[in-house]
Structures are given as C-alpha cells and as structure tokens.
Design a protein around this ligand. Structure first.
Ligand SMILES: [Fe+2]
Ligand SMILES: [Fe+2]
Length: 203
C-alpha cells in the first residue's frame, strides 16, 4: 500500500497549510493503527513533514515577515520548532521495525512536537496572515510554497540521511541546541517529571 499525498499547485497559502496540518494528523493516526502498513504511512508522513516545513521556511515565513504580518522572533521560533520536529522525526525514521516499543515511543514524541507546532503556527502565524495579508499575496505565496513542496516530494526529501543532514544544518544555524545540551535538557525534564509525580503521589 502507498499513500498518495495530494499536490495542490496553488491557492490561499493559509488554507493550503491548514490542509497539510490535517494531513499530518491523519498520517500520525495511520502510523498508530496496527491494521495499517505502518512503514508506508511513516514514509509518507516523513516526506510530507520535511517538504511542508522546508517550503514554509523558504517561501512563507520570510514573505509574511516582509509584509509585517509576523515578527523576526516569530519567524525564528517557527524555524526552531521545525528543528524540534526534525529531531523527533530522525528518531522515528531510525526506529527499526514498526511493531516495537521504540517505534511507538518515537511516534508519540513526534506527534507531540508536530501538534504543538501546528497549534502555535495556526494561532500566531496563520491568523495574522489571514487578517493582515492581501488575498493576492496569499495566493502568490501559495503558488511559491506549493511549487517547492511538490518538487521536494517529487525528488524525495526524507530519507534517513536527508533528515540527519537537516538536523545537522539546524544545529549549525543555531535553530536547535547542540546534542550535549539537548541531552542535559532531557535529563532535567525527566528529573522534574519524576519529582512532580512523586508530589502527586504524596498528596
Ligand atoms: Fe505548518
Ligand atoms: Fe511550520
């Protein structure tokens, strides 16, 4: 079984992005189901996540910034969240097999960062784009974004090596802290969670 990812060639960029966000959710669910071809669903999700985000960074965020619909900080924050998705995606595509605890843990982590980013992007980037950017610009950006997204999908953009290279690039650009810092962050978060759980138990 293969998943056909729709490839619109234009439209209002806000609606195009919302359609992809819905598709992320559908594919995450396909990856969770155990009566599906999880490997095919995982591959489709990976390709779509990378193509979508790369095209946003190249064609959408800079344009919205130049039109003053979003700030430099919001643009940067969007890129940082894409880097977090890349990190979680790499762990997901690296999970060998699709019926292991490792696969399911990586999937749960990926779903968390993807949902967080869709939510924040819809609230702080797409809403102002809809309110403050003209219809014709939204359609121009829609064509530019769709063209790049579809080319990336056509050529393949989310092999293990490609995702690893994207993560290294994000580290170099400072969109995500270096691995040693991320490890420490994770240890601190785990410790905090344990202590919070212990508090709840004692209450
Ligand atoms: Fe998005
Ligand atoms: Fe995004």
């Amino acid at each position: 079984m293969t998943y056909d990812i729709p490839r619109p060639t234009g439209g209002d960029i806000v609606e195009l992005i919302l359609d992809d966000h819905r598709l992320f959710e559908d594919l995450l669910r396909e990856c969770r189901r155990d009566d599906r071809d999880r490997a095919a669903a995982r591959e489709a999700l990976a390709e779509l996540l990378v193509a979508h985000a790369e095209a946003e960074e190249a064609e959408v965020y800079p344009k919205l910034h130049s039109k003053r619909a979003i700030t430099a900080h919001e643009e940067e924050h969007g890129e940082e969240e894409h880097a977090e998705i890349t990190e979680a995606l790499l762990a997901f595509v690296e999970a060998t097999g699709t019926d292991t605890q490792k696969y399911e843990d990586a999937l749960e982590k990926l779903a968390k960062v993807v949902n967080h980013h869709s939510c924040e992007e819809e609230l702080t980037i797409l809403n102002p784009a809809r309110d403050e950017v003209s219809d014709s610009v939204r359609h121009d950006v829609g064509v530019a974004w769709a063209t790049m997204r579809n080319t990336l999908l056509e050529n393949g953009c989310a092999s293990r090596d490609q995702v690893a290279a994207l993560l290294r690039k994000a580290e170099k650009e400072g969109a995500i802290p270096p691995p040693a810092v991320r490890e420490r962050q994770e240890a601190i978060e785990e410790d905090a969670k344990k202590r919070a759980d212990a508090l709840a138990e004692d209450a």
